[in-house]
Design a protein around this ligand. Structure first.
Ligand code: ADP
Ligand code: ZN
Ligand code: ZN
Length: 710
């Protein structure tokens, strides 16, 4: 197909004027009531998937020629009323039909406009560029495309597969022959050799001339895997897709994927929409990770779409995790996914021993802002003396979550949100983590003038300070403590620098939020401690225990990664509930037992994966507007066909009810049948648009299908 122009194919019958009508997906806001592809006139017939510039209102925008779903003549404006296509991107191959099908499905399932979603998942640069410039870019990329296998490298030396890896690959091969589009859940603790299994499957797929898509949850985790893929597949072209790229890089990588020049695409959730003409394998690493769910616009789950895409394009999908999502686990139990497990760490490395500190037994120290058990401090001390590193996990940044006046009970609340402002000691500010409102810490209580206002509770900043003081000198110098969280990693390059100093052994104790629990291949860490994880045991969100278990298992996986030190490695948990079943399962590294107990609870309570949920969210400045809108929506839903198959709950405030002076309400819609839920949501689209017009006070509304947090 190189260099060839694409044939113009009939999209609909020519009109009397010789112009033809084409349907083009353009970015129209969902709330405008449009969202379906629009009709335009074209001098030529255009192949579906072709990109074109078209007028929209007073602007000219990039759109995609969509399928020719013929609307009835009556519903379509007469040709005279239609506007004409301005420019066609002839030198870019049309987006494949499988791509359009994926986008159509996602738009329907997540209740967004097709055009809105289709255009939003294209590189932004593509929406600005003109056809001639794009043609030049495409030509250059094609000219410079390396011949795969030529030049860069000796064949990499492959490790001899462990028996469990051999068995896993055989099971995957079996699944491939049995099923048109197998989904394999690869379950194994960190270090069990999952990535090596991905690499072997990828190698097979690449050798057959096809493309591989690898998804990771977070951009921070791409460099490691990118390095490993690049080393293994030195003769192949690998491109990354994530939000850290410049617009020009993003366009270039997207074009390489779409033109079939890239052999491997490694990316975060958006990459699930990468057009790949010869897709042969999809890998979703850490499939349980919440980052796969988009939290604004079309709230899609890239993991779920990857599975859909695999089925659509009849290619295998590998889902990997040490702690699979209960949705995926349930499907594996039911035989819908093939379950393949890697039972232990490669090379027989043991998992860290899990120890619990019963905090009830500690003497209470007033005003200490949260205790660190002396035995934990002593254990860290010992590790440092031996030249080993420790990691302290605390999922709360800042110095203290709130400042408090003991005299008048003033607390550092945010005037704009229903939340406390967090005390940040480094720059002496009170900062709202929801709306960003920041002020200098007052010298005295703003309400009564008491100069003695106290931090309550503890964040990572305080933990960093506290552990440094408690450890004092070790080996004749002060213990070196570093902190990694969203604050310390904010500046460009800061995270890389911090990680590098940990890897270089310049840090004795690393303090941080969940950012440090995931994925990092720290070699010197032999002790990991969760300082205060109990809150999630009793959180109102039913997924909180699942997330906690997964986080702690991941954190445990940071200890003893170097086989020589694995035997002495430990995971400490400070808890007031040492007998909690979640911790019992953690003690035994027993995901299966944890999953079984959670699934039983969920089934009894009628929660996912045994039921399907959608949240209708509405925001308004006036406290009454959003609930009124949601109640009206509930009424409209109740009147729809099939409404008896869903249950609609009364509107409730979101977890943080007010943010930046906006009230946030939500309403849960539930059904044991996914299809029934989808029917009601689809039926609700038109009524919602009408309601929105009648409820002017509502700033935004959105449907969140399969919400992760409720
Ligand atoms: P996971 O993805 O489950 O964390 P990896 O595939 O990254 O596991 O393997 C963990 C470590 O063991 C890595 O350093 C990897 O290079 C190494 N490894 C994986 N498979 C083998 C093998 N068969 N022989 C030797 N080392 C291996
Ligand atoms: Zn006061
Ligand atoms: Zn605020």
């Amino acid at each position: 197909m190189r260099g060839k122009r694409f044939p113009d194919v009939t999209a609909s019958a020519p009109t009397a004027s010789g112009l033809v009508r084409v349907r083009i997906a353009v970015e129209t806001p969902q709330h405008s009531g449009l969202g379906d592809p629009l009709d335009y006139l074209s001098e030529q017939l255009l192949t579906p998937g072709t990109l074109a510039r078209v007028p929209l209102g007073r602007r000219e925008v990039t759109g995609i020629v969509w399928d020719d779903a013929p609307a009835t003549a009556a519903a379509r404006p007469a040709p005279g009323d239609l506007r004409s296509v301005a420019e066609v991107f002839r030198d870019l191959p049309p987006l494949p039909s499988a791509w359009r099908e994926l986008v159509s499905f996602a738009a329907g399932y997540y209740q967004r406009g097709v055009g809105e979603l289709a255009v939003s998942v294209l590189p932004a640069e593509l929406r600005r560029i003109d056809a001639a410039t794009l043609a030049r870019r495409v030509a250059t990329l094609r000219k410079n495309a390396r011949d795969p296998g030529s030049g860069a490298a000796a064949p990499p030396r492959l490790p001899e597969l462990a028996p469990a890896q051999e068995a896993a690959l055989q099971a995957i091969a079996q699944a491939r022959t049995d099923e048109a589009a197998p989904v394999v859940l690869l379950h194994g603790v960190t270090g069990s050799g999952k990535t090596e299994v991905y690499l072997r499957e990828a190698e097979r797929v690449l050798a057959s001339g096809r493309q591989v898509l690898v998804l990771v949850p977070e951009i921070n985790l791409t460099p490691q895997l990118e390095a490993r893929l690049a080393e293994r597949f030195a003769g192949r072209r690998l491109v990354a897709m994530h939000s850290g790229l410049t617009p020009a890089q993003r366009l270039r990588h997207w074009l390489l994927a779409h033109l079939g020049e890239a052999n491997l695409v490694l990316g975060t959730r958006l990459a699930v929409f990468a057009p790949l003409p010869r897709l042969g394998l999809v890998v979703v690493d850490e499939e349980h990770d919440a980052s796969y769910k988009q939290q604004e616009g079309a709230r899609y789950s890239a993991r779920d779409l990857a599975v859909y895409r695999g089925r659509l394009e009849k290619v295998p999908v590998l889902l990997g995790s040490a702690t699979p999502s209960l949705e995926s686990w349930q499907r594996a139990l039911k035989g819908r996914y093939r379950h393949v497990s890697l039972p232990g760490r490669i090379g027989g490395g043991v998992l860290p021993r899990v120890r619990f500190v019963d905090m009830r037994a500690l003497p209470r120290v007033k005003g200490s802002g949260g205790a660190l058990a002396p035995q934990l401090v002593a254990a860290i001390h010992e590790r440092i003396a031996r030249g080993e590193q420790s990691l302290l996990l605390l999922n709360r940044r800042g110095y203290a979550p709130v400042l408090h006046c003991m005299d008048c009970d003033w607390k550092s609340d945010c005037p704009h949100c229903s939340a406390w402002r967090v005390f940040h000691k480094a720059d002496r500010t009170l900062r709202c983590h929801h709306c960003g409102f920041t002020q200098r810490v007052p010298r005295a209580c703003p309400a009564c003038g008491n100069p003695d206002i106290q931090p309550v509770g503890r964040g990572t900043e305080q933990l960093e300070e506290q552990i440094g003081e408690l450890l004092g000198d070790v080996n004749g110098r002060p213990a070196r403590v570093a902190r990694i969280d969203a604050d310390s990693a904010r500046a460009k390059g800061a995270l890389e620098a911090l990680l590098a100093s940990v890897h270089a052994g310049e840090v004795d104790v690393l303090v941080g939020t969940q950012m440090i629990a995931k994925g990092h291949d720290f070699r010197g860490i032999t002790l990991v401690a969760a300082v205060n994880p109990d809150a999630a045991l009793f959180a109102s969100d039913f997924r909180a225990p699942e997330r906690l278990f997964s986080l702690l298992m991941q954190a445990a996986g940071r200890a003893g990664r170097d086989a020589a030190q694995a035997a002495g490695s430990e995971m400490w948990v400070q808890t007031w509930h040492p007998r909690h079943p979640l911790y019992e399962a953690l003690r035994r590294h027993d995901y299966e037992a944890f999953a079984a107990s959670q699934l039983t609870e969920r089934e009894v309570a009628g929660l996912p994966p045994f039921t399907h949920l959608a949240l209708l969210r509405a925001d308004a400045r006036n406290a009454d507007d959003a609930p009124a809108f949601l109640r009206a929506a509930a009424q409209a839903a109740g009147a729809l066909d099939g409404a008896d198959a869903v249950k609609i709950y009364p509107p409730v405030p979101a977890a943080v009810a007010r943010v930046a002076n906006v009230w946030r309400m939500q309403m849960l819609i539930e059904s044991p049948s996914r299809a029934a839920l989808q029917r009601v949501l689809a039926g609700l689209r038109a009524p919602l648009l009408e309601l929105r017009a009648a409820h002017r006070g509502v700033l935004r509304w959105a449907v969140d299908v399969d919400p992760l947090a409720i």
